[in-house]
Design a binder for this molecule. Structure first.
Ligand code: TRP
Length: 340
């Protein structure tokens, strides 16, 4: 573990789908980079996923799959803490305590909740809250608890999660104002790794690769399938001999995230000169991608076996996380007048 003085970075991953290349480039790699600068905590937000996933087998599968993906991608459980949110019951106790100091109006203004209401309005439904569960409504409070209970300094998130981190800071501020003589939460700050690096990956339709666009290349496809997916990346009909613009090509943009600087420069030159067809570029992309992914794929599948060490890693992580959580919760209980 890092020196006690180092700041804490916390990342929560919601297990709602199969990992894809965009997750690796946009979220996993930048978050793993933070290990060098912060004491890093990662957890799988399975109770957050419950707001949308009602299939128990699937939820359990996604939860294990997220953990296995991060471990396969290089997360070192010796240097970090990784746990399953649902293994930390202290989170739910603090959730109630913080709900009681959180303004309902704050939740009314939350983007995800407002978007769900807008959808109802657009569909002409009379009840704008129709189909919206309390989990979705309370989601930001639970997320604030995830952040505050680990005394996080920074929270690396995508832009869509910025408001949630601001809410966490806001809720911490209210608590500190009310009970600050006894206990003060740390005020967390969001960091957006994608802006640091400018990395986003185009998907199979040229838009940003994202589960919600259904345009992803899954991370752990068998080789043959990976080849097929790469062939589906759209290209224009420029003939082989003609010069091509690397920067308007999705294939090249994906290659840029995986190839060495020398290979990127060389490929750029060859494309601009003409004589390289899209088929050839796609073969090159496959080789480069597969070279990086093959060892991860193997580790991932080994971890996904029912009796792998995955469960042990998660349980050990939960033990460490609970120690921190119990410490915070006990201070909070004493501050608010709960218990003896
Ligand atoms: N809401 C986050 C997402 O959808 C997941 C998450 C839950 C999270 N709790 C968190 C992220 C705490 C950072 C910190 O991506």
């Amino acid at each position: 573990m890092s020196q006690p003085a180092s700041k804490v970075s916390l990342t929560g991953i919601k297990p709602t789908g199969e990992p894809h290349l965009g997750n690796l480039v946009g979220a996993i790699r930048p978050a793993l980079d933070l290990v060098k600068r912060y004491e890093s905590i990662y957890f799988i937000a399975d109770y957050h996923a419950l707001t949308s996933i009602r299939d128990p087998k699937l939820l359990r599968h996604y939860t294990r799959s997220v953990a296995a993906t991060w471990l396969a991608a290089g997360l070192d459980p010796e240097q970090t803490i990784m746990y399953r949110q649902s293994d930390i019951p202290e989170i739910f106790e603090l959730h109630w305590a913080l709900s009681c100091v959180t303004a309902k109006g704050l939740m009314n203004r939350a983007h995800a909740y407002k978007a769900a209401r807008d959808q109802n309005a657009a569909a002409g439904r009379e009840d704008l809250d129709g189909g919206i569960n309390m989990g979705l409504y309370n989601y930001p409070v639970l997320m604030a608890v995830d952040i505050l209970i680990m005394e996080s300094d920074v929270v690396p998130v995508g832009k869509d999660q910025l408001q949630h981190v601001e809410y966490a800071a806001d809720i911490a501020g209210t608590f500190n104002h009310l009970y600050g003589d006894s206990y003060q939460f740390k005020i967390p700050q969001a960091v957006i790794p994608q802006e640091d690096t400018g990395r986003t990956l185009p998907g199979l339709d040229g838009r940003k690769m994202s589960k919600s666009y259904d345009n992803t290349i899954p991370l752990f496809l068998p080789e043959g399938q990976l080849k097929k997916f790469i062939r589906r990346i759209p290209t224009d009909s420029t003939p082989v001999e003609a010069p091509k613009d690397p920067d308007s090509s999705s294939v090249f943009q994906i290659l840029e995230q995986f190839a060495t600087p020398d290979m990127i420069a060389d490929t750029r030159k060859r494309l601009t000169a003409g004589g390289v067809g899209w088929g050839e570029l796609k073969n090159q992309l496959f080789e480069v991608l597969n070279h990086e992914i093959a060892p991860m794929r193997e580790k991932y599948h080994a971890l996904m076996e029912p009796d792998s060490e995955l469960e042990t890693v998660l349980c050990e992580g939960a033990e460490k996380a609970r120690e921190r959580a119990q410490c915070v919760l006990s201070s909070v209980r004493s501050a608010i007048g709960i218990g003896r």
